[in-house]
Design a protein around this ligand. Structure first.
Ligand SMILES: Cc1ncc(COP(=O)(O)O)c(C=O)c1O
Length: 471
C-alpha cells in the first residue's frame, strides 16, 4: 500500500476526530457566518505527485479555502429555495458517505421506507411509487421521460425502443414552468419550443383553467403533457390541481406536477388546500434538499405508472446479475449507481415526523407573511404578490417616478449581500425587476426576519444615495 495511504489508515480514527471538530466549529458558527460569499478566483495549486497525506490536506484546505465557505445552510439565506440540514439528516448523510455503497439490499429497504413515509407526509394515495434522484431537475426529467413513453404508448409505439423518429412533436402545456422543465425538454429531445405557454389568471402565476381547456381542445388530435406548478419560484403560487384533474376526464393528457417545494403545503392544514387535487397527477416532483432540509442532493420522483417508468429506465446488463423479479432503482431512474441518498431523508423523517415538518413549514410561512407586511407598510418597497406560501416577491421604489431597473436591483442586492448578514436573490416578475426572499430553513427564527428587515432598510437608504441607484 502506498505509504501515505497506509499512514492515513493507521491514523483513521484521529483524522475522523479532527473532521468532527472541524464540522462542529462550522455548525456552531453557521448563523454568524456570511450566508453568501462571491469569489472570482483563488490561486491554483498543481497536483502534488507524492501527495501530502490527509492531515496536511486538511490543513491546506483550512488555510486556502475554508475562510470562503459560505453559510448558505444558515438561518438568513433567503435566496432561491435552499433549506438547510436538520441534525438528524446530517447524521444520516455522514453515514451515507461512511457506508459508501450502491444497490445493496439494505439501501433498497431503507429507501423504500423513506419514500413511503414521504408519501404519507404528502398525503398521496398508495398508487404512487417514488424513487430518489439528485434534485428536482432530475425528478422533472424523469417524470417527463415517463410521460413521453406514455404518449408513445397511446400512439402504439415505444419511444424508448424506437425513438421519436419523424412523429409529430409532443405538446407540453404549462403557465409558469420552472426553468428545469425547459432543460428537461431539451435533454429529452422533446424540444423547448414545443412547450405552449398557457395564460395565467390576472395578477397571478396560476394557470387560467379556461385557457388551458381551450388549448387542450386545440391539441385534441394527440395526447399531450400538462406541467402544473405547485409553488412557482417567483411567488410560490399554485395551479388549481383539482380543476386540472377534472379536465383529465375529458382530455387525454399526462399531468406532471412540479411540487419541488410547494408540495410541502401538504404538511400543514393551514396550507394543504393548495395541494388538493395532487392525487390526479401521473407524476410528481418533490425536492428533499429544499424544504425537507436534508443536505444536497436529494429529490423524489413519484409516479402512478411504474411499469411505464421502467420501460424508459430499465438497464439490462448481464454483468450486473440482477434479480429480474426485483425492481431495482437503477431500472427506474437515470442513474445506475448512486449513493445511499435516501438515508438522510429516512433519518430526518423518523426524527421529526409529520408534526416537525408542519412546524417548520408553518413557521417559514409565517416569516414570509411577516416580511410581506413590513414591505407593504414601507414607502421604500413594493410588494408584488401576496406571500401565499414561503416566497416574498417585492421591488424597490424609486424616489423619482422612473420604474426600477435590473441594474438597480442587482446593485441593491450586491450591497445587501456584502453586509454578510442576509442573502436574497433577484428575479423579474411580470416584467418588473424584482427581489425574492424565500423561507425554507429549519433554523430561521423571527429574530432573523427582523434582522433581515433592518438590513434591507439600511441598505436601501445607503444605496439610494449612490449613483447606480439614483440614475
Ligand atoms: C419549482 C422548482 N422546480 C425545480 C427546481 C430545480 O431544483 P433542483 O435545483 O433541485 O434541480 C426548483 C429549484 O429551485 C424549483 O423551485
Amino acid at each position: 500500500m502506498y505509504h501515505q495511504l497506509s499512514q492515513d489508515k493507521a491514523d483513521f480514527a484521529a483524522l475522523l476526530d479532527q473532521v468532527h471538530l472541524y464540522n462542529q466549529a462550522f455548525i456552531d458558527q453557521i448563523d454568524q457566518k456570511s450566508p453568501h460569499i462571491a469569489l472570482a478566483q483563488l490561486p491554483y495549486a498543481p497536483l502534488n505527485s507524492e501527495g501530502i497525506g490527509a492531515q496536511a490536506t486538511l490543513a491546506q484546505f483550512e488555510d486556502r479555502f475554508r475562510p470562503y465557505v459560505q453559510a448558505s445552510g444558515g438561518s438568513r439565506y433567503f435566496g432561491f429555495v435552499i433549506g438547510g440540514s436538520t441534525p438528524a439528516s446530517l447524521m444520516g448523510d455522514f453515514m451515507t458517505s461512511t457506508f459508501d455503497q450502491t444497490n445493496s439490499s439494505i439501501q433498497d429497504i431503507v429507501e423504500k421506507e423513506a419514500v413511503q413515509n414521504l408519501r404519507e407526509l404528502f398525503q398521496l394515495p398508495a398508487t404512487f411509487q417514488g424513487n430518489f434522484v439528485t434534485g428536482a431537475t432530475m425528478a422533472n426529467f424523469s417524470g417527463l421521460a415517463t410521460a413521453r413513453q406514455w404518449i408513445g404508448q397511446q400512439m402504439g409505439v415505444s419511444i424508448a425502443e424506437e425513438g421519436l423518429g419523424k412523429r409529430s412533436p409532443i405538446k407540453i402545456l404549462s403557465a409558469k414552468p420552472h426553468s428545469s422543465i425547459f432543460k428537461s425538454l431539451a435533454m429529452l429531445g422533446l424540444g423547448k419550443h414545443h412547450l405552449q405557454k398557457v395564460a395565467s389568471i390576472a395578477s397571478r402565476e396560476a394557470i387560467d383553467i379556461d385557457a388551458l381547456e381551450e388549448q387542450l381542445k386545440q391539441n385534441k388530435s394527440q395526447p399531450c403533457i400538462v406541467v402544473a406548478s405547485a409553488g412557482t419560484v417567483n411567488t410560490g403560487d399554485f395551479d388549481d390541481l383539482e380543476a386540472i384533474g377534472r379536465l383529465k376526464q375529458r382530455y387525454s393528457f399526462w399531468l406532471h406536477i412540479d411540487g419541488a417545494f410547494g408540495g410541502f403545503a401538504a404538511c400543514s392544514p393551514l396550507l394543504s388546500h393548495y395541494w388538493q387535487g395532487s392525487e390526479h397527477a401521473d407524476s410528481i416532483t418533490i425536492d428533499a434538499h429544499k424544504w425537507l432540509n436534508v443536505p444536497y442532493d436529494a429529490a423524489v420522483i413519484f409516479t402512478q405508472h411504474q411499469a411505464i417508468q421502467r420501460e424508459v429506465f430499465s438497464n439490462n446488463a448481464v454483468y450486473l446479475d440482477t434479480d429480474p423479479s426485483h425492481i431495482n432503482f437503477m431500472d427506474l431512474t437515470p442513474e445506475n449507481s448512486r449513493r445511499w441518498r435516501g438515508l438522510p431523508v429516512w433519518f430526518t423523517l423518523k426524527a421529526y415526523g409529520h408534526k416537525g415538518y408542519q412546524e417548520i413549514v408553518e413557521r417559514n410561512h409565517h416569516h414570509a407573511q411577516q416580511l410581506s407586511a413590513k414591505i407593504q407598510a414601507d414607502q421604500r418597497f413594493e410588494l408584488l404578490a401576496p406571500a401565499r406560501l414561503n416566497v416574498v416577491c417585492f421591488t424597490l421604489k424609486n424616489d423619482t417616478s422612473e420604474p426600477v431597473t435590473q441594474k438597480q436591483i442587482k446593485s441593491f442586492l450586491h450591497h445587501l449581500a456584502s453586509t454578510g448578514e442576509v442573502f436574497l436573490s433577484p428575479t423579474v416578475y411580470d416584467g418588473v425587476p424584482a427581489i425574492r426572499a424565500a423561507f425554507s430553513n429549519w433554523r430561521t427564527q423571527e429574530a432573523d426576519v427582523l434582522q433581515a428587515w433592518e438590513v434591507l432598510k439600511v441598505t436601501y437608504d445607503q444605496t439610494q444615495a449612490k449613483p447606480t441607484i439614483s440614475q
